[in-house]
Design a protein around this ligand. Structure first.
Ligand code: HEM
Length: 190
């Protein structure tokens, strides 16, 4: 009983505190960006890079956790990582990727950079490839996993094999995104 009553106030405080931290980061980030050039470019760039950190960093973290789960050979841990990856991918990574694209387009237009550069074309191709991988492979595989879980259960070898295939495709996807990061940072052949 005591545990419940002492945990409740802590939980109710964490929402407003998180919101306040978010507002502080937003306010200070905008102040930096506006002071930097007085144009939209740094605001787009800040949004672009922050969302890339969230999207690609989150994907890398899931890759590490997926590798650990595979090594453990524990079907419940493997299933849990796959379920979390599907949840965060659909609700957060897909919209974050769309905003990364929009902010990138915003920078090219606002900064009059021109489209005919290897690093920009490679960014567009990299983005298109993750969309194709998501629609053509990850979404149908996730549906097959859900069906297999329903029919055979989460610990059946076929369900586990499907989950491992999803984790492998997601690993290739994150490798492509890492290459786009290298491309954007170094701007080769430009
Ligand atoms: C696959 C998704 C993408 C990732 C992971 C990504 C990643 C990054 C990163 C890490 C930077 C910071 C580079 C630096 O400041 O040195 C950056 C900058 C930039 N990105 Fe992307 N990007 C992606 C897609 C795109 C797309 C599709 C476009 C264009 C339509 C684009 C346009 C730009 C521009 C204009 C900059 C600023 C360059 C500068 O001011 O130096 N990005 N990107």
């Amino acid at each position: 009983m005591e545990t419940t009553s002492s945990a409740a106030p802590a939980n109710s405080r964490s929402g407003p505190l998180t919101a306040a931290l978010g507002l502080i980061v937003l306010g200070v980030g905008l102040w930096f960006a506006i002071d930097a050039y007085g144009s939209w470019y740094p605001i787009f760039k800040w949004a672009h890079v922050t969302l890339v950190v969230f999207w690609v960093g989150g994907g890398l973290m899931l890759t590490v956790l997926g590798l650990r789960a595979e090594r453990s050979e524990d079907p419940r841990e493997i299933g849990m990582i796959a379920a979390q990856a599907a949840w965060v991918g659909e609700r957060f990574f897909a919209p974050a990727g769309g905003l990364v694209l929009l902010a990138g387009i915003g920078m090219v237009i606002n900064g009059h950079l021109g489209w005919n550069h290897f690093w920009i074309i490679a960014g567009l191709v990299g983005y298109a490839s993750t969309m194709v991988v998501g629609v053509a492979f990850l979404t149908p595989l996730a549906k097959k996993v859900a069906a297999s879980m329903q029919a055979r259960g989460p610990e059946h070898p076929e369900t586990i094999a499907l989950i491992k295939r999803i984790l492998l495709v997601a690993r290739v996807d994150i490798a492509v995104l890492m290459l786009v990061v290298a491309d954007m940072v170094t701007k080769p052949f430009s």
